[in-house]
Design a protein around this ligand. Sequence first.
Ligand code: NAD
Ligand code: IPM
Ligand code: MN
Length: 359
Amino acid sequence: MLLNLTILGGDGIGPEVTEQAVAVLQTIADLFGHQLQLQHKPIGGAALTAANDPLPPDTVEACLSSGAVLLGAVGNPAFDQNPSHLRPEAGLLRLRRELGAYANLRPAVFFPALEDCSPLRGEVVRSTDIMIVRELLGGAYFGQPRSIAGAAGARVAINTMRYGEDEIERIARVAFDLAMKRKKKVLSVDKANVLECSRLWREVVTRMGKEYPEVKLGHQYVDSAAMLLVQRPTDFDVVLTENMFGDILSDQAGGVVGSLGLLASASIGGKVGLYEPVHGSAPDIAGKGIANPLGAILSAAMLLRHSFALEREAVAIESAISAVLARGARTADLAGKAHKAISTAEMGRRVVQAVKERL
Ligand code: NAD
Ligand code: IPM
Ligand code: MN
């Protein structure tokens, strides 16, 4: 099969972790007889520096004409004072919209080898396997109007949280369909005690749930869900939620399973799928070669699964990661006191090696 991908390294640790994910994809392609065809394009701060545009037209065209997109991360404190549309993050948000990627799947799976990495006790976190289904193109991220206006000292900022029934329905369907292939449990997370958006959300999700009588549907306010995620993470299966709640809860889930650097994501539902780790550009560790590349590598596995239906290849990557972790491979975020930390590149090499060994 032809795997024609656009690679968007982006900023900070983005290019560092993406390089390792590409190396793993190349290994998979060689072993399974696929042809990997790559186009590298700029996004985020790197694109702002080069072209004063966080998402140049050429990058969009490349993404739209490829089979899938693999992204590292965007964000650079040097641009934090820029107007909204000239921030690195604006490039990513526009890309999600251009691709029509409304469904953001963020799995948080606990690796048995990492029991000492979670701040939670083993008995609490063991066997955690959560799939956060985050709506990605609506809510406060995209709602209009939005502005900061007024005289200095008396300015007013406005954001609009907005959801249409159609947007809620399509993301709910993704969550229910996924639940049917898992433990048949959906927890819909909202703030229906305060927000109109959430009241409509709950009503539409409840209605949709009737189409899935086998799925046990629950509703939880987001504040309470945040507490439960730490207290009883194993109670969760599919979590269905709106854009901003999903952003927050997914980083928290990263903490629960041991490191944000482990989490992968798939943004699907549109013309072309976008795959990226959940973490950001991590300016505090960028350029040091110590970032955990496993979130990016697991995103490559999701890319094979969701954009190319290559389940065996995806599982080969996931099993290789379990194997290297079981053998004690740890980047600095996971090392703690008991292990010696290895570099980003060394972790990538070990995954490549494990993929080769297990076939
Ligand atoms: P961050 O996710 O970049 O980092 C949070 C903390 O986690 C940092 O201490 C960092 O060192 C650590 N960390 C993150 N990924 C890691 C990895 N792979 N290995 C080891 N440690 C890792 O979040 P932040 O610091 O709040 O944001 C930094 C920038 O990234 C901001 O500009 C933000 O907008 C951007 N951001 C981008 C994305 C994305 O591109 N999808 C996601 C989140 C944040
Ligand atoms: C994420 C990030 C992005 C988001 C930012 C960088 C726009 O935090 O992918 O989780 O909020 O969606
Ligand atoms: Mn985030």
